[in-house]
Ligand binder design. Structure first.
Ligand code: TRP
Ligand code: ZN
Length: 883
């Protein structure tokens, strides 16, 4: 019988939520860690939940891939006819008002390649429990609204596992038989199981401390493999900066005596906020100038901040159910974005975040996987750790901030903690706190949580010289998404300004207002269409719209190229200056793509060259901003801007523009490169230096695309002499597709073969190769000794990069890319469904492909769908793609 027909995975629905039948007073866990099997004993003190609708409901404990050894009820062994065990659960019938259950199970962490639950990496033990990994450790009420106090005793071989860690405070330790030792931990805070963590192994520790503003001294500890100890200083500084910032900006202090971070190289995502014991992908801890780029340094700082901030937004106040995931993730991303903005450059950070949102989240919103910030159904929750939940969720929180102002937002946050500290709550509770603290009605605003899709905001302007008015007619629409054919209007904050002919800001007054009210205004669009009239406008202005990207929407306004060039030069809002360049470049690229498809001659518009030249030569401007202006939009982003995707035309157009700009601005690039070339001699992680390196390396990229020996030599020299990875990687990237690239790649691999994080960069660069044989290169690289299919970072660096970012390489006309992806997805699905499912998303654009490729992709998807034993993770992606 076909498994799919009989038990196709069923969706879980938000509307089916019921409170748990039982609650926990406490849980005591004992782990006996061993090489062949690990024994987990748990003692659960339970009582019936008076709020549950059924007074004699069964106790259903979640459990998966466990070997049950024994069950004791109130100290007595239970006979096997009093409980049922299946693949997913342990069900106990006929319990009274309260019970003490002692359950012993065995697991085999050394065989666990899914990296969920308890697993081994480089000989050490780690856990990952969010979202539903705890059920792979022991039978439990594995849902976030069951919160309790945990104690954890770990017993393990003293030589192999000298370090034994869990959540909370270390309250005891001692020796045991057979060269074993034990450590006992008590976590004083109630928490759901997804925040449980355990680590055991040979790890070195970097120690420091932080004194909170109320004067408590917190021990800070970062645990890594011994060879990495010297790469932890930046992470440690980031922890201290995060702790200080959360006190200053949110009034939030740390609450335990110690804060531990452990780095592990096998990890499905970035990091995990387990109470008092965060576990991190090494990628977000380890950094030193020779091995980490500026982007890596920023990544470490942002992820450290993110996980630290979760201690309040996630742990102290957690989610009632997984549909509310954005309650903690969207809010915490917004917090880490603002932290980074305060630590580095606000404008650059905003542009970076908007680029991610547009490239990844807008794409998701337009795909078969589109879902609201608060989904109402899922098959596998692991599939919902998405850019929509995280990044769009952060935009939603940012809009509260924009609508309420910094003070009003803080009032709302204070009320949220006052009401809900220690609770598991919903997005509605968050909105209610924001609204109640400010007397603001967020009823309509909450549609941002329930309606998927990216709204389109269309603006039509009209200047009336006789009446000295400037009228904006603003309307909104939102395309249909799966299950949501029609949308209601969103509540959209639109920040804007108007520039006069000299580029100066015009003070603004709306019809009906008594006075001028500043130069940037936040309009609130709540209707399908609305009119806004500015008075006292004496000459045709240039509108600067959606300042700071005040809402996650697509803006439709018919700027002329002259106006865009004018905004690039004059807008006081840095985001909008960059945005004008982006709009101009996008329009040019869309014309070039159309021309490439029609096999017409491509040409570079003079307005673009002039505007870009002016930007490049503006020595007063922030070099980081100029670097971003010259960073062309990704091929995948362009694919989302056209009605039918012709990958080769997109690549041709984008490469043409790159080389044409290089030719047109050859001497300016050369001059700018020289200007910054020696400017950052001794490496410093500081925004000013990062900006200079960024612009210098952008120039190098353009110059080498000219294929002139002098510029290739420039790249080679930079590659050989670089004292930091930013410059080294940029030079390698500039060389990689040239005949000289092979030697550079070999030198790089030779130097860094023992550093897995650096080798990831080497794989990624080659996965992005634009030459026709990219797929063959990727296949060959899978045989490289540094590649391991069981390591998620390696799979992301090589396979996911190729399939999801190398547009023309993956979408080869012959379908070989699709066949390759399908083959890899099946291999990975047996090892690690979460990673396999991420790779499966590479097909998300398939319906917009030109007919030949569309047919090839469909065939590959259908072949995958025919496999009866897909994980829920991959099944959900494939079935939604085919729906
Ligand atoms: N909650 C984590 C964060 O936002 C991410 C996370 C969720 C995760 N599930 C995971 C990390 C599984 C690793 C594996 O930072
Ligand atoms: Zn998070």
């Amino acid at each position: 019988m076909n498994k799919r027909d009989s038990i196709a995975p069923q969706p879980i629905l938000l509307r089916d939520y019921v409170v748990p039948a039982f609650l926990l007073d406490r849980v005591d866990l004992t782990f006996e860690l061993d090489e062949t099997s690990t024994r987990v004993s748990s003692r659960l003190v339970l009582h019936r939940n008076p709020d549950h609708p059924v007074s004699d409901a069964d106790l259903v404990l979640d459990g998966h891939e466990l070997m049950l050894e024994s069950v004791l009820l109130d100290g007595e062994p239970m006979s096997t006819d009093r409980y049922d065990v299946d693949d997913e659960s342990l069900t106990i019938k006929g319990l009274g008002e309260s019970a003490i259950l002692e359950i012993t199970t065995r697991i085999e962490p050394q065989k666990n390649t899914s990296l969920m639950g308890l697993y081994k990496s480089n000989g050490n033990f780690f856990t990952q429990c969010e979202a539903e990994g705890f059920r792979k450790i022991t039978y439990y009420l594995d849902r976030p609204d069951v919160m309790t106090r945990f104690t954890t005793t770990i017993i393990a071989d003293r030589s192999k596992y000298p370090v034994l860690l869990s959540n909370g405070n270390r309250v005891g330790e001692g020796q045991y038989d057979r060269n074993r030792h034990w450590v006992k931990w008590v976590d004083p805070f109630k928490k759901p199981s997804y925040l449980f963590a355990l680590v055991a192994g040979k790890l070195s520790c970097l120690q420091d401390s932080f004194t909170t503003r109320s004067g408590r001294k917190v021990a800070l500890e970062i645990y890594v493999e011994p060879q990495d100890l010297e790469k932890c200083h930046h992470a440690m500084e980031s922890v201290k900066r995060s702790m200080k910032w959360d006190e200053d900006v949110y009034g939030l202090e740390y609450d335990l005596d110690s804060y531990m971070i452990v780095a592990v190289s096998d990890f499905n995502m970035g990091a995990m906020e387990n109470k008092g014991l965060n576990i991190f992908n090494t990628k977000y801890v380890l950094a030193r100038p020779e091995t980490a780029t500026d982007a890596d340094y920023m990544g470490v700082e942002a992820v450290i901040a993110h996980e630290y901030f979760h201690n309040w937004t996630g742990n102290r106040v957690t989610c009632r159910d997984w549909f509310q995931l954005s309650l903690k993730e969207g809010l915490t991303v917004f917090r880490d974005q603002e932290f980074t903005a305060d630590m580095t450059s606000r404008a650059v950070k905003r542009i970076d975040d908007v680029r991610t949102l547009r490239t990844a989240q807008f794409a998701e919103d337009a795909s078969p996987m589109a879902h609201p910030v608060r989904p109402d159904s899922y098959i596998e929750i692991n599939n919902f750790y998405t850019v929509t939940i995280y990044e769009k969720g952060a935009e939603v929180v940012r809009m509260y901030h924009t609508l309420l102002g910094a003070e009003g937002y803080r009032k709302g946050i204070d009320l949220y903690f006052k009401r809900h500290d220690g609770q598991a709550v919903t997005c509605d509770d968050f909105a209610a706190a924001m609204g109640d603290a400010n007397g603001f009605d967020f009823t309509q605003f909450k549609r941002w949580y329930s309606q998927a899709g990216t709204p389109v905001v269309k603006v039509v302007s009209q200047f009336d010289a006789a009446n000295q008015t400037y009228t904006l007619d603003i309307s909104q629409t939102c395309p249909p998404t799966p299950g949501q054919p029609e949308k209601l209007p969103f509540h959209i904050p639109i920040a804007l300004g108007l520039l006069d002919a000299a580029g100066a800001e015009i003070p603004l007054q709306l019809a009906g207002e008594a006075s001028l009210q500043g130069t940037t205004r936040v309009l609130q669009l709540t209707e399908a269409s609305q009119r806004f009239v500015f008075t006292g406008i004496s000459a045709q202005p240039t509108p600067s719209l959606l300042r700071g990207f005040s809402a996650p929407v697509k803006l439709d306004y018919p700027w002329t190229r002259q106006e865009l060039a004018f905004l690039m030069a004059h807008d006081s809002d840095s985001f909008c200056r960059w945005e004008a360049s982006h709009t101009l470049i996008r329009e040019v690229l869309l014309e070039l793509i159309a021309a490439a498809r029609a096999s017409e001659t491509l040409s570079l518009p003079g307005e673009l060259v002039d505007a870009m030249r002016r930007a490049l030569l503006d020595e007063a401007a922030d070099p980081a901003l100029i670097a971003l202006m010259f960073t062309l939009p990704a091929e995948t982003y362009l694919a989302d801007q056209v009605d039918e995707i012709h990958p080769d035309a997109i690549r041709t157009a984008r490469e043409y523009l790159r080389v044409a700009l290089a030719k047109a601005l050859r001497s300016e690039f050369k001059h700018t490169y020289a200007r910054f070339c020696g400017a950052t001699q001794a490496y410093r992680y500081a925004a000013v230096d990062i900006a200079k390196r960024a612009l210098k390396n952008v120039c190098l990229g353009y110059l080498t695309s000219l294929d002139e020996p002098a510029f290739i030599e420039l790249a080679q020299t930079q590659f050989q002499q670089a004292n930091n990875m930013t410059d080294s990687q940029a030079a390698l990237a500039a060389l990689v597709e040239l005949p000289q690239g092979a030697t550079a790649l070999a030198d790089f691999a030779n130097r860094w073969q023992d550093d897995p994080l650096v080798m990831n960069k080497w794989f990624t660069l080659q996965a992005m190769d634009k030459r026709a044989d990219a797929l063959d290169r990727v296949r060959a690289l899978q045989q490289h000794p540094a590649f391991q299919i069981t390591n998620p970072n390696k799979v992301y660096a090589l396979l996911a990069t190729f399939c999801s970012s190398n547009l023309a390489g993956f979408h080869r006309a012959d379908g070989a890319g699709y066949a390759f992806a399908a083959e890899q997805i099946l291999v990975l699905d047996k090892l690690n469904p979460q990673v396999a499912s991420r790779l499966a998303r590479s097909f998300n654009r398939w319906k917009k492909l030109e007919p030949t490729r569309r047919a090839q992709a469909k065939t590959a998807l259908e072949k995958l769908a025919a496999h009866a034993d897909l994980s829920r993770d991959v099944f959900e992606i494939i079935s939604k793609n085919l729906a």
